[in-house]
Design a protein around this ligand. Sequence first.
Ligand code: PMP
Length: 401
Amino acid sequence: VSRFNDITMAPPDPILGVSEAFKADTNEMKLNLGVGAYRTEDLQPYVLNVVKKAENLMLERGENKEYLPIEGLAAFNKVTAELLLGADNAVIQQQRVATVQGLSGTGSLRLAAALIERYFPGAKVLISSPTWGNHKNIFNDARVPWSEYRYYDPKTVGLDFDGMISDIKAAPDGSFVLLHGCAHNPTGIDPTPEQWEKIADVIQEKNQIPFFDVAYQGFASGSLDEDASSVRLFAARGMELFVAQSYSKNLGLYAERIGAINVVCASSDAAARVKSQLKRLARPMYSNPSIHGARIVANVVGSPELFNQWKEEMEMMAGRIKSVRQKLYDSLCAKDKSGKDWSFILKQIGMFSFTGLSKTQTENMTSKWHVYMTKDGRISLAGLSSAKCEYLADAIVDSYH
Ligand code: PMP
């Protein structure tokens, strides 16, 4: 008899479980719009040319595989904070940023959650409703309490800005407010610059700490600087803030697990102390991060030539997503005779579109049309080709009505 009899079967992950179900489907028309991973027009995974170039450079140099320090690769930590905040930002000049290399966005969020649990006991993290499915798991496992603030308005398929502001105002002073830096997942709906200013006002009034999750820098608008403008706006006000970064999407380094946690502090002294405690938390969890992805990022961002090529490739990826978004919208308008306004699809940005399909409707998408997507009605446009837009529009129109 097994000692593990009390261990029940865990449910499949709501996002990664979709890919497993997709693999098992033998229908030719099947389409995986579950996970947010970029695909080419032929729906194949894509390795960026700049990544291949950086890897060739690394091979030529014959670099070793010694352990990294706990905080990660120094050259990576430098460029990642600069990419986020801008190299000439006062917070960088004044050494007020504690940057620690993390295991991509998820690991960086988890490390910050551990810091919150240890040094802000009882403080709540406010999370948008809805949000990326893993946020709640991360804070639950770190034993950090959280609650939700309104974000999505189903009536307009847009931002519930008043609801968001009043929920942040109603939350305890000193809470952390988790914000998606750009390309909100799953809705694809971002605040406008004026709305960001108002959000910052409220957070400042409430003495709360903004905690940005930046998983799509460059992927929302195609511009790295523009996509970091929300974070920079808060930093320019002299606020202390957390920022988790990921290179999964913008450099296509999904499996390399490369990202960082940055804590912008009021003084260089505070930043040094925060960094020392982040290292102390990382050491017994995973000791030190892996080197390969960190070297790729350091090489790409650190070389003007590769950096420019990266921007071109990112624009190409963001452009392909924008063009399938337009084509999906056109196909929906042409096929749907009900008079429904589909313009929300064009207003959303980034990799995802929130269709507004209900759970039962998404089940029809999968069982009848072999379109795999998360149950919240999100589709990843990065997994869609122009050639499949009409098929997808048929599936959506059929499922809606
Ligand atoms: N945050 C958000 C909002 C995301 O969408 C993702 C990726 N799906 C992540 C964080 C983390 O991804 P990774 O761990 O691959 O960096």
